[in-house]
Design a binder for this molecule. Structure first.
Ligand SMILES: [Zn+2]
Length: 399
Protein backbone atom coordinates (compact mmCIF):
# COMPACT_ATOMS: atom_id res chain seq x y z
CA UNK A 1 0.00 0.00 0.00
CA UNK A 2 1.18 3.46 -0.80
CA UNK A 3 1.27 4.57 2.82
CA UNK A 4 3.76 1.90 3.78
CA UNK A 5 6.20 2.15 0.91
CA UNK A 6 9.85 2.02 1.92
CA UNK A 7 11.39 5.46 2.19
CA UNK A 8 12.99 6.60 -1.02
CA UNK A 9 14.63 9.77 0.18
CA UNK A 10 17.63 10.04 2.43
CA UNK A 11 15.77 12.72 4.37
CA UNK A 12 12.95 10.33 5.19
CA UNK A 13 13.02 8.29 8.34
CA UNK A 14 10.55 5.45 8.74
CA UNK A 15 10.04 3.93 12.16
CA UNK A 16 8.48 0.52 12.18
CA UNK A 17 8.25 -2.01 14.95
CA UNK A 18 8.85 -5.47 13.58
CA UNK A 19 9.45 -8.68 15.44
CA UNK A 20 9.02 -12.33 14.53
CA UNK A 21 6.25 -12.99 12.00
CA UNK A 22 5.97 -9.27 11.38
CA UNK A 23 4.45 -8.79 14.83
CA UNK A 24 5.58 -5.93 17.06
CA UNK A 25 8.45 -7.07 19.32
CA UNK A 26 7.82 -7.90 22.97
CA UNK A 27 10.60 -5.60 24.09
CA UNK A 28 11.10 -2.02 23.10
CA UNK A 29 14.06 0.01 24.24
CA UNK A 30 12.80 3.57 24.54
CA UNK A 31 15.16 6.45 25.22
CA UNK A 32 14.11 10.05 25.73
CA UNK A 33 16.52 12.88 25.08
CA UNK A 34 15.37 15.91 27.06
CA UNK A 35 16.76 19.19 25.74
CA UNK A 36 20.03 20.00 27.48
CA UNK A 37 20.06 16.79 29.45
CA UNK A 38 21.41 13.30 29.06
CA UNK A 39 19.12 10.59 27.76
CA UNK A 40 16.80 8.61 29.97
CA UNK A 41 15.43 5.13 29.36
CA UNK A 42 11.76 4.70 30.03
CA UNK A 43 9.71 1.55 30.33
CA UNK A 44 7.14 0.82 27.59
CA UNK A 45 4.68 0.64 30.49
CA UNK A 46 5.47 4.20 31.53
CA UNK A 47 2.40 6.41 31.17
CA UNK A 48 4.42 8.99 29.24
CA UNK A 49 5.57 6.46 26.66
CA UNK A 50 2.45 6.17 24.48
CA UNK A 51 1.76 9.92 24.33
CA UNK A 52 5.26 10.36 22.93
CA UNK A 53 4.99 7.43 20.53
CA UNK A 54 1.49 8.19 19.26
CA UNK A 55 1.01 11.95 19.62
CA UNK A 56 -2.13 11.90 17.51
CA UNK A 57 -3.84 9.62 19.99
CA UNK A 58 -2.91 11.99 22.82
CA UNK A 59 -3.28 15.41 21.19
CA UNK A 60 -3.15 17.24 24.52
CA UNK A 61 -0.11 15.34 25.75
CA UNK A 62 -2.16 13.69 28.46
CA UNK A 63 -0.86 10.62 30.28
CA UNK A 64 -1.87 7.20 29.00
CA UNK A 65 -2.59 3.96 30.79
CA UNK A 66 -0.58 3.04 33.86
CA UNK A 67 -0.32 -0.13 35.90
CA UNK A 68 -2.09 1.38 38.91
CA UNK A 69 -5.14 2.68 37.03
CA UNK A 70 -8.24 1.60 38.94
CA UNK A 71 -11.73 0.84 37.71
CA UNK A 72 -14.50 3.21 38.75
CA UNK A 73 -16.44 1.78 41.64
CA UNK A 74 -19.40 0.45 39.65
CA UNK A 75 -17.12 -1.61 37.40
CA UNK A 76 -14.85 -2.87 40.13
CA UNK A 77 -15.11 -6.47 41.26
CA UNK A 78 -13.23 -8.34 43.97
CA UNK A 79 -11.04 -9.93 41.32
CA UNK A 80 -10.68 -7.05 38.88
CA UNK A 81 -9.81 -3.75 40.49
CA UNK A 82 -7.37 -2.43 37.91
CA UNK A 83 -7.99 -1.33 34.34
CA UNK A 84 -6.08 -3.46 31.83
CA UNK A 85 -4.20 -1.92 28.93
CA UNK A 86 -6.66 -3.56 26.53
CA UNK A 87 -9.67 -2.08 28.33
CA UNK A 88 -8.04 1.33 28.44
CA UNK A 89 -7.35 1.48 24.71
CA UNK A 90 -10.70 -0.02 23.74
CA UNK A 91 -12.31 2.82 25.70
CA UNK A 92 -9.88 5.42 24.46
CA UNK A 93 -10.30 4.58 20.77
CA UNK A 94 -14.09 4.60 21.01
CA UNK A 95 -14.11 8.41 21.63
CA UNK A 96 -12.48 10.41 19.12
CA UNK A 97 -13.05 14.17 18.81
CA UNK A 98 -9.88 15.54 17.23
CA UNK A 99 -8.87 12.11 16.10
CA UNK A 100 -12.12 11.47 14.23
CA UNK A 101 -11.01 13.52 11.25
CA UNK A 102 -8.48 10.87 10.49
CA UNK A 103 -10.79 7.99 11.00
CA UNK A 104 -13.13 6.70 8.34
CA UNK A 105 -14.63 3.43 9.43
CA UNK A 106 -18.20 4.41 10.28
CA UNK A 107 -20.59 6.15 7.97
CA UNK A 108 -21.17 9.13 10.30
CA UNK A 109 -17.60 10.33 10.30
CA UNK A 110 -16.64 9.20 6.85
CA UNK A 111 -15.09 11.84 4.65
CA UNK A 112 -17.11 11.51 1.45
CA UNK A 113 -17.76 14.73 -0.35
CA UNK A 114 -15.46 17.42 -1.59
CA UNK A 115 -16.87 19.74 1.09
CA UNK A 116 -15.81 17.23 3.74
CA UNK A 117 -12.34 17.08 2.23
CA UNK A 118 -12.05 20.86 2.16
CA UNK A 119 -13.21 21.02 5.75
CA UNK A 120 -10.38 18.81 6.96
CA UNK A 121 -7.55 19.10 4.51
CA UNK A 122 -6.02 22.14 2.88
CA UNK A 123 -3.25 22.35 0.29
CA UNK A 124 -3.01 26.12 0.05
CA UNK A 125 -1.01 28.85 1.72
CA UNK A 126 -3.29 30.45 4.32
CA UNK A 127 -3.97 34.17 4.28
CA UNK A 128 -1.52 35.76 6.74
CA UNK A 129 -4.04 38.51 7.50
CA UNK A 130 -6.65 36.02 8.70
CA UNK A 131 -4.37 33.55 10.46
CA UNK A 132 -0.78 34.64 10.80
CA UNK A 133 0.27 31.75 13.01
CA UNK A 134 -1.07 29.14 10.59
CA UNK A 135 0.60 30.98 7.72
CA UNK A 136 3.93 30.89 9.58
CA UNK A 137 3.66 27.16 10.34
CA UNK A 138 2.61 26.25 6.79
CA UNK A 139 5.42 28.26 5.22
CA UNK A 140 7.90 26.81 7.72
CA UNK A 141 6.77 23.16 7.68
CA UNK A 142 4.43 22.41 4.78
CA UNK A 143 6.04 23.80 1.65
CA UNK A 144 7.72 21.16 -0.45
CA UNK A 145 11.19 21.58 -1.88
CA UNK A 146 11.63 23.61 -3.83
CA UNK A 147 12.85 21.17 -6.41
CA UNK A 148 12.74 20.80 -10.17
CA UNK A 149 14.40 23.47 -12.27
CA UNK A 150 14.64 25.83 -9.27
CA UNK A 151 16.66 23.32 -7.25
CA UNK A 152 17.86 20.37 -9.31
CA UNK A 153 19.83 18.94 -6.34
CA UNK A 154 16.82 18.52 -4.06
CA UNK A 155 16.82 15.02 -2.52
CA UNK A 156 13.38 14.30 -4.01
CA UNK A 157 14.72 14.54 -7.58
CA UNK A 158 14.82 11.30 -9.60
CA UNK A 159 15.91 11.43 -13.25
CA UNK A 160 15.17 15.12 -13.44
CA UNK A 161 11.68 14.72 -11.95
CA UNK A 162 10.34 15.26 -8.42
CA UNK A 163 9.38 11.81 -7.12
CA UNK A 164 6.55 13.44 -5.16
CA UNK A 165 5.25 15.14 -8.31
CA UNK A 166 5.79 18.67 -7.09
CA UNK A 167 4.97 21.30 -8.19
CA UNK A 168 1.35 20.13 -8.41
CA UNK A 169 -1.10 21.57 -10.91
CA UNK A 170 -3.18 24.57 -10.02
CA UNK A 171 -6.76 23.48 -9.37
CA UNK A 172 -9.79 25.70 -8.81
CA UNK A 173 -11.71 23.13 -6.84
CA UNK A 174 -11.10 19.91 -4.95
CA UNK A 175 -11.88 16.80 -6.96
CA UNK A 176 -12.85 13.63 -5.12
CA UNK A 177 -11.48 10.21 -5.78
CA UNK A 178 -8.89 10.20 -8.47
CA UNK A 179 -7.31 6.74 -8.19
CA UNK A 180 -8.76 6.65 -4.70
CA UNK A 181 -7.14 9.91 -3.68
CA UNK A 182 -8.57 13.39 -4.04
CA UNK A 183 -6.91 16.16 -6.01
CA UNK A 184 -6.83 19.09 -3.65
CA UNK A 185 -7.85 22.61 -4.42
CA UNK A 186 -4.76 24.75 -5.19
CA UNK A 187 -5.85 28.07 -6.57
CA UNK A 188 -3.59 30.21 -8.71
CA UNK A 189 -3.09 33.11 -6.34
CA UNK A 190 -0.21 35.52 -5.83
CA UNK A 191 2.91 33.72 -4.64
CA UNK A 192 4.30 34.34 -1.14
CA UNK A 193 7.91 34.72 -0.15
CA UNK A 194 9.09 31.53 1.59
CA UNK A 195 12.72 31.85 2.60
CA UNK A 196 14.58 32.97 -0.49
CA UNK A 197 11.97 31.56 -2.87
CA UNK A 198 8.71 32.86 -4.10
CA UNK A 199 6.25 29.99 -3.65
CA UNK A 200 2.61 29.45 -4.56
CA UNK A 201 -0.05 26.87 -3.74
CA UNK A 202 1.42 24.28 -6.13
CA UNK A 203 4.14 23.59 -3.53
CA UNK A 204 1.94 23.08 -0.47
CA UNK A 205 1.85 19.63 1.17
CA UNK A 206 -1.73 18.82 2.27
CA UNK A 207 -2.31 19.56 5.95
CA UNK A 208 -4.98 19.88 8.60
CA UNK A 209 -5.00 23.39 10.09
CA UNK A 210 -6.04 22.27 13.57
CA UNK A 211 -3.31 19.65 13.85
CA UNK A 212 -0.71 21.98 12.47
CA UNK A 213 -1.47 24.67 15.02
CA UNK A 214 -1.65 22.06 17.76
CA UNK A 215 1.77 20.53 17.08
CA UNK A 216 3.63 23.19 15.12
CA UNK A 217 5.28 20.44 13.10
CA UNK A 218 5.27 18.91 9.62
CA UNK A 219 2.10 16.81 9.63
CA UNK A 220 0.90 15.62 6.25
CA UNK A 221 -2.77 14.67 6.32
CA UNK A 222 -4.49 13.17 3.31
CA UNK A 223 -7.87 11.65 2.70
CA UNK A 224 -7.89 8.00 1.74
CA UNK A 225 -11.59 7.27 1.81
CA UNK A 226 -11.40 4.45 -0.70
CA UNK A 227 -9.10 2.25 1.33
CA UNK A 228 -11.85 0.01 2.58
CA UNK A 229 -9.78 -2.56 4.37
CA UNK A 230 -8.03 -0.14 6.65
CA UNK A 231 -10.01 0.92 9.66
CA UNK A 232 -7.51 3.11 11.41
CA UNK A 233 -5.01 4.65 9.12
CA UNK A 234 -3.27 7.87 9.52
CA UNK A 235 -0.10 9.35 8.42
CA UNK A 236 1.92 11.38 10.81
CA UNK A 237 4.99 13.05 9.51
CA UNK A 238 7.58 14.78 11.53
CA UNK A 239 10.84 15.44 9.70
CA UNK A 240 10.09 12.30 7.72
CA UNK A 241 7.42 9.65 7.47
CA UNK A 242 6.00 7.56 10.19
CA UNK A 243 3.04 5.38 9.38
CA UNK A 244 1.55 4.07 12.55
CA UNK A 245 -1.08 1.43 13.04
CA UNK A 246 -2.10 0.39 16.48
CA UNK A 247 -2.36 -3.20 17.55
CA UNK A 248 -3.24 -3.98 21.09
CA UNK A 249 -1.57 -6.99 22.59
CA UNK A 250 -1.69 -8.42 26.03
CA UNK A 251 1.66 -9.30 27.45
CA UNK A 252 2.01 -12.23 29.82
CA UNK A 253 5.17 -12.09 31.89
CA UNK A 254 6.76 -15.46 32.38
CA UNK A 255 9.07 -16.36 35.25
CA UNK A 256 12.61 -17.58 34.55
CA UNK A 257 14.18 -18.79 37.79
CA UNK A 258 16.54 -21.54 38.88
CA UNK A 259 15.27 -24.50 40.95
CA UNK A 260 14.08 -23.25 44.35
CA UNK A 261 15.04 -19.70 43.48
CA UNK A 262 11.69 -18.17 42.63
CA UNK A 263 11.43 -14.52 43.66
CA UNK A 264 9.84 -13.95 47.05
CA UNK A 265 8.03 -10.85 48.22
CA UNK A 266 7.92 -10.43 51.98
CA UNK A 267 7.36 -7.89 54.73
CA UNK A 268 10.10 -7.22 57.30
CA UNK A 269 10.02 -9.82 60.05
CA UNK A 270 7.98 -12.31 57.95
CA UNK A 271 10.81 -13.80 55.92
CA UNK A 272 10.45 -17.35 57.24
CA UNK A 273 6.71 -17.55 56.51
CA UNK A 274 7.28 -16.05 53.08
CA UNK A 275 9.89 -18.68 52.22
CA UNK A 276 7.57 -21.44 53.39
CA UNK A 277 4.73 -20.07 51.29
CA UNK A 278 6.94 -19.63 48.24
CA UNK A 279 8.18 -23.21 48.43
CA UNK A 280 4.61 -24.40 47.99
CA UNK A 281 3.56 -21.82 45.46
CA UNK A 282 3.90 -22.64 41.80
CA UNK A 283 5.27 -20.12 39.32
CA UNK A 284 4.39 -19.84 35.64
CA UNK A 285 7.50 -21.96 35.04
CA UNK A 286 6.91 -24.80 37.54
CA UNK A 287 3.26 -24.84 36.55
CA UNK A 288 4.34 -25.20 32.90
CA UNK A 289 6.23 -28.37 33.94
CA UNK A 290 3.01 -29.65 35.55
CA UNK A 291 1.06 -28.85 32.41
CA UNK A 292 3.52 -30.82 30.27
CA UNK A 293 3.22 -33.79 32.64
CA UNK A 294 -0.55 -33.82 32.35
CA UNK A 295 -1.43 -32.51 28.91
CA UNK A 296 0.27 -34.05 25.85
CA UNK A 297 -1.25 -31.37 23.60
CA UNK A 298 1.06 -28.82 25.28
CA UNK A 299 4.21 -30.74 24.35
CA UNK A 300 4.94 -28.95 21.12
CA UNK A 301 4.47 -25.47 22.49
CA UNK A 302 7.49 -23.58 23.77
CA UNK A 303 7.35 -21.83 27.14
CA UNK A 304 7.23 -18.39 25.55
CA UNK A 305 4.32 -19.38 23.29
CA UNK A 306 2.28 -21.09 26.00
CA UNK A 307 0.20 -17.95 26.88
CA UNK A 308 -1.26 -18.06 23.37
CA UNK A 309 -2.85 -21.42 24.10
CA UNK A 310 -3.24 -21.47 27.87
CA UNK A 311 -4.21 -18.94 30.51
CA UNK A 312 -2.32 -18.77 33.80
CA UNK A 313 -4.92 -18.82 36.56
CA UNK A 314 -3.27 -16.89 39.37
CA UNK A 315 -5.59 -18.18 42.09
CA UNK A 316 -4.73 -21.84 41.48
CA UNK A 317 -1.37 -21.18 39.79
CA UNK A 318 -2.32 -23.49 36.93
CA UNK A 319 -2.24 -23.15 33.17
CA UNK A 320 -5.77 -23.67 31.81
CA UNK A 321 -6.70 -24.16 28.20
CA UNK A 322 -7.46 -20.81 26.57
CA UNK A 323 -10.93 -20.39 25.07
CA UNK A 324 -10.31 -17.32 22.93
CA UNK A 325 -8.11 -14.33 22.18
CA UNK A 326 -4.80 -16.17 21.83
CA UNK A 327 -3.73 -14.20 18.78
CA UNK A 328 -3.60 -11.02 20.87
CA UNK A 329 -1.38 -12.46 23.57
CA UNK A 330 2.38 -12.66 23.75
CA UNK A 331 4.51 -14.34 26.39
CA UNK A 332 7.46 -12.36 27.63
CA UNK A 333 10.53 -13.81 29.27
CA UNK A 334 12.53 -11.38 31.38
CA UNK A 335 15.86 -10.22 30.01
CA UNK A 336 18.65 -12.02 31.88
CA UNK A 337 22.22 -10.76 31.94
CA UNK A 338 24.93 -13.15 30.79
CA UNK A 339 26.59 -12.42 34.15
CA UNK A 340 23.70 -14.26 35.79
CA UNK A 341 25.22 -17.33 34.12
CA UNK A 342 23.00 -20.27 35.00
CA UNK A 343 19.76 -18.33 34.70
CA UNK A 344 20.98 -16.98 31.38
CA UNK A 345 21.52 -20.48 29.98
CA UNK A 346 18.26 -21.74 31.49
CA UNK A 347 16.47 -18.99 29.59
CA UNK A 348 18.27 -19.98 26.40
CA UNK A 349 17.04 -23.56 26.85
CA UNK A 350 13.49 -22.44 27.65
CA UNK A 351 13.34 -20.55 24.37
CA UNK A 352 14.20 -23.70 22.45
CA UNK A 353 12.92 -26.71 24.35
CA UNK A 354 9.22 -27.47 24.48
CA UNK A 355 7.43 -30.06 26.59
CA UNK A 356 9.83 -30.00 29.58
CA UNK A 357 8.43 -31.60 32.72
CA UNK A 358 11.07 -30.51 35.27
CA UNK A 359 14.37 -28.73 35.70
CA UNK A 360 15.99 -32.18 35.61
CA UNK A 361 14.32 -32.83 32.29
CA UNK A 362 15.76 -29.60 30.90
CA UNK A 363 19.19 -30.62 32.17
CA UNK A 364 18.96 -34.07 30.55
CA UNK A 365 20.31 -34.20 27.02
CA UNK A 366 20.27 -37.51 25.09
CA UNK A 367 19.88 -39.45 28.34
CA UNK A 368 22.79 -37.66 29.98
CA UNK A 369 22.04 -35.45 32.96
CA UNK A 370 24.15 -32.34 32.82
CA UNK A 371 25.33 -30.58 35.96
CA UNK A 372 24.69 -27.07 34.76
CA UNK A 373 22.36 -25.37 32.30
CA UNK A 374 25.43 -24.03 30.55
CA UNK A 375 26.63 -27.60 29.99
CA UNK A 376 23.17 -28.57 28.71
CA UNK A 377 23.34 -25.72 26.19
CA UNK A 378 26.75 -27.05 25.16
CA UNK A 379 25.35 -30.58 24.69
CA UNK A 380 22.47 -29.24 22.63
CA UNK A 381 25.01 -27.54 20.39
CA UNK A 382 23.67 -24.12 21.25
CA UNK A 383 27.10 -22.72 22.07
CA UNK A 384 28.71 -23.59 18.79
CA UNK A 385 29.67 -20.53 16.84
CA UNK A 386 28.96 -17.11 18.20
CA UNK A 387 25.23 -17.43 18.69
CA UNK A 388 25.24 -16.83 22.43
CA UNK A 389 27.35 -13.70 22.03
CA UNK A 390 24.97 -12.37 19.44
CA UNK A 391 22.13 -13.14 21.80
CA UNK A 392 23.93 -11.45 24.67
CA UNK A 393 24.63 -8.35 22.62
CA UNK A 394 21.05 -8.21 21.48
CA UNK A 395 19.90 -8.45 25.06
CA UNK A 396 22.32 -5.79 26.22
CA UNK A 397 20.93 -3.59 23.50
CA UNK A 398 17.54 -4.01 25.17
CA UNK A 399 18.74 -2.42 28.42
ZN1 LIG B 1 10.21 17.57 -5.07
Amino acid sequence: MRRYNAPTLCTEVAAIFVGDNGEPPANRDICVYPVGDTFQSISPLNQYCDPMTYPLLFPRGECSWNTGMEHVEERRTAKHTRVTQLQYYAYRLSQRNGFSILHNSDSESKIRTKDDIDKFVSAELPDPCTDLRLFQIVTKCMVHGPCGTININSPCMRDGQCCKSFPKQFKDDTEEKVNGYPIYCRRATEPDQVGKYSMDNRWVVPYNPWLLKKFNAHINVEVCASVKSVKYLYKYVYKGHVAASVKIQKEVRLAVHLPQQQPIVYKDGQEAQAIERAALRKTTLTSWFELNKNDPSAHNISYSDIPQYYVFDKSTANWKKRQRGGQNVIGRLPVVSILDTERYYLRMLLLRKSGAISFDDILTVNGLRCITFQQACQEYGLLRGDQQWHDALNEDAQF
